[in-house]
Design a protein around this ligand. Structure first.
Ligand code: NDP
Length: 293
């Protein structure tokens, strides 16, 4: 079993990007700029946004954090989005999810200019991605592709089983891995809560991507010997022995599954840091007008 070290890979990529940013600054006289909107004070969302801001600082980007109150109206939030859409200094921005219940997430996603949608959630980017056109790829699937490439994990002709069909992880990674392209050409099964005989389905996977949101859901008996296991889940569970009284675990029952797999991503330190990397790389592409001129 080999551990896929997302933290180390993201550090390598950040160092390379740092140099590219220096070159970009010399050439253009400006600094790539990523903004984030954070609504309310959900601790997990605050931590994710904090990581993103820190990563921007590490690679030499400018970052702006727009903090808004939990009870902000949808109209006010859309106004903030409009300001960022129109600000020529901002290359890309994200609205950290989840949003409070009174806000319509679809309306918010649609309000973001797709040319600045560095999270890759806008239907224009999603549609372009699905058709193999240049697009901002959703940050987590993008990060997973980078990890597979970095570890030379062949996907062509492999059977990939993705468990979870969200718009931000499961569905886009299933599309990307089945596309006729590098890190694609796989035969993909997309499983979800209505899948029958799920364990039998997952056992067919040469590569298993778990994006469910249930701690330790993928157990050792569901994994074929030698499978590659990508654990996207981030779940906080109680643990009295941990300093904070809790710790983060993935959707995979890590220790037993680790013994059966050829490669596996840990949680934390696997897919998570690569999601931030996907976001940074999309922002750099935006600054360079690589996707949209
Ligand atoms: P969602 O809640 O949007 O989707 C969960 C998916 O899991 C759904 O498709 C659901 O099926 C499926 N599912 C739920 N229960 C079962 C079950 N019993 N059997 C089979 N499938 C089931 O989650 P996300 O995709 O947003 O996130 C998934 C996990 O990944 C979470 O832990 C999240 O925190 C983490 N995450 C991590 C990121 C990272 O950077 N590492 C980034 C984004 C998310 P159905 O559609 O039928 O309801």
């Amino acid at each position: 079993m080999k551990l896929i070290d997302g933290k180390a890979v993201s550090e390598e990529l950040k160092n390379a990007l740092k140099q590219d940013v220096l070159d970009y600054r010399k050439k253009s006289g400006r600094v790539p700029h990523l903004a984030a909107i954070l609504v309310g004070d959900n601790p997990a969302s605050k931590a994710y946004v904090g990581n993103k801001v820190r990563a921007c600082e590490q690679v030499g980007y400018k970052s702006t954090l727009v903090k808004l109150d939990d009870n902000i109206t949808q109209a006010r939030l859309l106004e903030e989005i409009r300001k960022l859409n129109e600000d020529p200094d901002v290359d890309g921005f994200i609205v950290q999810l989840p949003l409070p219940k009174h806000i319509n997430e679809t309306e918010v996603t649609l309000a973001i200019d797709h040319k600045k949608d560095v999270d890759g959630f806008h239907p224009v980017n999603f549609g372009r991605m699905a058709q193999g056109m240049p697009a901002f790829l959703p940050a987590t699937p993008y990060g997973i592709l980078l990890l597979l490439e970095r570890y030379n994990i062949e996907t062509a002709g492999k059977h990939v089983v993705v468990v979870g069909r969200s718009n931000i992880v499961g569905t886009p990674i299933s599309i990307l891995l089945s596309r006729k392209s590098k890190s694609g050409d796989a035969t993909v099964t997309l499983a979800h809560s209505r899948t029958k005989n799920l364990a039998d389905v997952v056992r067919l996977g040469d590569i298993v991507v778990a994006a469910i949101g249930i701690p330790g859901f993928i157990t050792e008996d569901m994994i074929k010997i030698g499978a590659v296991v990508i654990d996207v889940g981030i779940n906080r569970v109680e643990d009295e022995s941990a300093p904070k009284g809790s710790r983060l675990v993935g959707d995979v029952d890590f220790e037993p599954v680790r013994g059966k797999s050829s490669y596996i991503t840990p949680v934390p330190g696997g897919v998570g840091p690569m999601t931030v990397m996907g976001l940074l790389l999309n922002t750099f592409k935006s600054a360079n007008k690589e996707i949209y001129s």
